[in-house]
Design a protein around this ligand. Structure first.
Ligand code: SAH
Length: 224
């Protein structure tokens, strides 16, 4: 990782890196929570690869201090599709998937054995919240490519998905989209409807642990 990004006092997403301006929430976060001072180096990114350094004064005005740098997109895109789990675990899952570097995050519409179901109104609200979580996690982890948190999608509509199931094969670089089932697991039909099954090891993992493990294993194949 570039050292300016790694060492910045804060990393924040802006609409335009050519004329960066902070939104109210980000300005509050930088000045009041992180207590960024005008002497601190801050990095701003548009979330699609461009970023630069700047300083922020006490009125949240941004002054750029470097040219715009452009980071190419990752070698290939990694996608995790996961079934809704209880409570705040979807948020936790999205936060960790973002930290690990997953590019596309899909919340699956209920599968046969799903217990937790979001109705349409709740789904929209929850997905919006997950987008905020992803953005915050991407700032924290200094990403310059924001992950895409998609609207709810049916498992059958997730293109090229490998199905995480203990019966599957070990993960290699060909596995770039993995679907994680609900606590009750996927049915045989759901498993055979995918591109193939992939294993995450010899133990049965909780759904959210499975999502994180799949992300780490796929990401490690991309790093090699
Ligand atoms: N009761 C289910 C387990 C469900 S765990 C069963 O026995 O199959 C929830 C989801 O996590 C599963 O649907 C699967 O997608 C994933 N998962 C958990 N452990 C896994 C493993 N060892 N390998 C692959 N996927 C796993």
């Amino acid at each position: 990782m570039n050292s300016a990004l790694r060492n910045s006092a804060a990393h924040v997403f802006v609409d335009s890196v050519d004329a960066p301006a902070l939104g109210d929430v980000d300005a509050h976060h930088l000045l009041r929570v992180l207590r960024v001072k005008p002497c601190d180096v801050v990095t701003v990114s548009d979330g699609v690869g461009s970023w630069r350094t700047c300083v922020v004064d006490g009125d949240a005005k941004v002054e750029v201090t470097s040219d715009v740098m452009v980071e190419p997109p990752p070698k290939w895109k990694l996608t995790i599709a996961f079934s809704v789990v209880k409570g705040d675990r979807p948020e936790w899952t999205v936060q960790k998937l973002t930290e690990i570097g997953i590019d596309e995050i899909i919340v699956l519409a209920p599968t046969t054995r799903s217990v937790v179901r979001w109705d349409a109104g709740r789904a929209n609200k929850n997905i919006e919240r997950l987008r905020v979580v992803a953005r915050e996690a991407a700032m924290q982890s200094r990403r310059v490519w924001l992950p895409n948190v998609r609207d709810l999608i049916d498992l059958a509509q997730v293109t090229g998905a490998y199905i995480a199931d203990p019966s599957g094969v070990p993960i290699d670089a060909s596995h770039r989209t993995i679907a994680i089932g609900p606590e009750g697991g996927f049915t045989n039909d759901e498993i055979s409807g995918g591109n193939g099954a992939v294993s995450l090891g010899e133990t049965i993992l909780r759904a959210e642990t499975a999502a994180i493990s799949a992300a780490v294993l796929m990401s490690s194949c991309r790093t090699k």
